[in-house]
Design a protein around this ligand. Structure first.
Ligand SMILES: [Mg+2]
Length: 174
């Protein structure tokens, strides 16, 4: 059970995720969360650093898609001009949207990675799908109200992961 909450790779910030590393894992599709993974939830557009990161992944020949439980307006505004497909209202951790992506991009699950900041949504849903899972520490401490609830459960899971020696919060793999 705890295995479903354990990421394959744990980083302090998205910038620590190197395109060459993804290539080594055989990744062809990177599903990327937005809120508190790339920017705080109340920042509407990507900054230069996020844009450079996304471009570096694309330049390596890896397709990026955005996934978000947030509303379409927020996700569309963020993705504008980036030429990156996006899936709002994703209802993570339900596998529905992840499944749709496999169909839309005609890829097998073993070439897909997910980058996100939440164990309870991003990582759980992606592990159920048996994707390669990458957890990043959140960009800022502040969260959307429904995310605050998730964080309470997330901290319990972090405690269990620590006790069982699977993962220690703040001890990164990079
Ligand atoms: Mg997030």
């Amino acid at each position: 059970m705890l295995k479903l909450f354990t990421p394959n790779y744990y980083i302090h910030r998205y910038t620590a995720l190197r395109p060459a590393f993804l290539k080594e894992q055989g990744i062809q599709l990177l599903i990327c969360d937005i809120d508190n993974t790339l920017v705080p939830h109340d920042v509407a557009v990507p900054d230069d650093e996020a844009i450079a990161f996304l471009k570096s992944i694309q330049d390596a020949g890896i397709q990026i898609v955005f996934i978000s439980n947030n509303v379409e307006e927020r996700v569309a505004t963020f993705a504008k001009g980036l030429n990156i497909p996006f899936y709002p209202f994703a209802m993570k951790p339900l596998p529905k949207t992840y499944r749709k992506m496999l169909k839309d991009f005609h890829v097998k699950r073993d070439v897909v990675a997910v980058l996100g900041d939440q164990l309870m949504t991003d990582i759980l849903g992606a592990n159920v799908m048996r994707f390669y899972t990458i957890l990043t520490a959140q960009v800022v401490e502040r969260d959307l109200s429904f995310t605050k609830v998730n964080r309470v459960f997330e901290n319990i899971v972090f405690s269990l992961l620590k006790v069982t020696g699977k993962l220690v919060k703040g001890e990164y793999d990079e």
